[in-house]
Write a protein that binds this ligand. Structure first.
Ligand code: GP9
Ligand code: MN
Length: 418
């Protein structure tokens, strides 16, 4: 019932991270282009595979004066995979521990980032060349108040432009940049790539590097599809410049979730030159890259703060100068001095700058040695509370009772609890 909202609201209000004064509003009015990079994990960044560079373009961004590169950033998804990452980014809440929230709670009331940006004069859209009803997107995007969904029907898939689950990334980005030029500015668009998807197949002409040489065909092909996506991103930046959209935009790139499951641990161990992949290693392998690319900023650098997808929404809104102090969010602005280096996974694992918790064991992050559970306990408690609060909001459809503009709890909330 609505009374749960009182408790959740108190927690969220008490735990807000105030924006970084220098960054707040620094890029007000810019377009925001988010790119969800399918199955991209951090282990390929600035790494080689049998002597070949895997992500030359993204590697260049890690050293780019206009890019904040977050190297200790993690996905927080569960079974909802891409859709969970979308949910987290839009709402700064977790997905659910069972099933996919996109399917189970598509009709809830939400205060999505799209809705907030819409209220602030932005045109909002998603670009993804797949059937619109996949993951129930068409339905929940209405609940998110996303103005336009450029689904497969907005694209022309020519002969040879399809692989794995849909349209190849290069023509996708190319046609998307064309579509973007006709969107009223400022706009917020969220693009979802598809080529780097299991089972990671490619046509011969799209293979820029060789396969890897382990016993896992999946991991072997993964390097090639990642390399292809990297090329597509490079070309997309060029398209944006050609369309005159580059200078006035913020481009945020992040991995949606892991691509290589624990079924391929033997092959991963070989690649990472380890004896085997431990639970401690597996948790760290959930790192996905995040790039916040701001043309002209000249303030770019690597940021090693431990963080997760849940932090994106307040970070982006604050860069645009939009206050989130009344939002029902569980993430924190990545540029805030009050951001805690702490990321909670959907399954209860967590990582801080000093600790790592998995399989009910507390590890020293630095050494990988087991340490006393007492060190982890405060974080275990906090992870439990935050996951529970998120679940309560979703399962109780509690945002029905919340007015984000005023921060007031409305009709029904709290009444039955008093
Ligand atoms: C489907 C695409 C992939 O449209 O987003 O979904 P995933 O299997 O990665 O969740
Ligand atoms: Mn995905």
């Amino acid at each position: 019932d609505g009374s749960e909202l009182v408790e959740v609201n108190n927690y969220v209000r008490a735990n807000q991270a105030s924006p970084n004064k220098e960054m707040f509003g620094k890029y007000a009015g810019r377009n925001v282009i988010l790119v969800s990079m399918e199955s991209l994990q951090s282990f390929v960044i600035n790494n080689e595979m049998n002597g070949e560079v895997v992500t030359p373009f993204l590697n260049s961004l890690t050293k780019d004066p206009d890019t904040y590169y977050f190297s200790d950033f993690y996905h927080q998804t569960g079974l909802g995979k891409t859709s969970d990452s979308e949910f987290i980014v839009e709402n700064s809440l977790f997905g659910l521990g069972r099933g996919a929230v996109f399917f189970t709670h598509g009709e809830n009331t939400y205060n999505s980032m799209s809705e907030t940006l819409g209220e602030n004069g932005y045109h909002t859209s998603v670009m993804h060349p797949n059937n619109k009803s996949f993951w129930n997107r068409d339905r929940i995007y209405q609940s998110f108040n996303i103005e336009k969904f450029y689904d497969i029907d907005s694209y022309t898939v020519n002969e040879g432009e399809e692989v794995n689950w849909g349209m190849k990334d290069i023509p996708f980005f190319n046609q998307s940049a064309d579509l973007m030029k006709d969107i009223p500015q400022p706009f917020y668009t969220r693009m979802i790539t598809l080529t780097n998807h299991y089972p990671f197949y490619l046509d011969e002409e799209d293979k820029y590097i060789n396969e890897y040489t382990s016993n896992s065909g999946t991991l072997n092909r993964y390097f090639q599809t990642v390399r292809y996506m990297d090329e597509a991103l490079k070309l997309f930046f060029e398209d944006l410049k050609e369309q005159g959209l580059y200078d006035n935009s913020i481009i945020v790139l992040y991995g949606d979730h892991y691509g290589i499951s624990e079924n391929h641990n033997k092959a991963m161990a070989m690649y990472l030159e380890k004896e085997h992949i431990t639970p401690y290693d597996s948790a760290l392998l959930q790192s996905v890259p995040l790039f916040i690319h701001i043309p002209g900023s000249k303030d770019g650098r690597e940021i090693t703060e431990t963080a997760g997808q849940i932090d994106l929404r307040p970070t982006i809104l604050h860069l645009l100068g939009i206050d989130t102090s009344k939002d029902m969010q569980l993430g924190a602005d990545l540029f805030s001095e009050e951001h805690d280096g702490f990321v909670i996974f959907r399954d209860g694992r967590f990582i801080t700058d000093e600790l790592l918790y998995t399989d009910e064991v507390c590890y020293d992050r630095e050494t990988g040695e087991e340490t006393s559970i007492d060190a982890c306990q405060p974080y275990i408690d906090r992870a439990t509370i935050e996951l529970e609060h998120s679940d309560k909001i979703i399962n109780g459809d509690l945002l029905r009772f919340y007015d984000q503009k005023t921060g007031n709890l409305t009709a029904g909330a709290g009444k039955s609890g008093k």
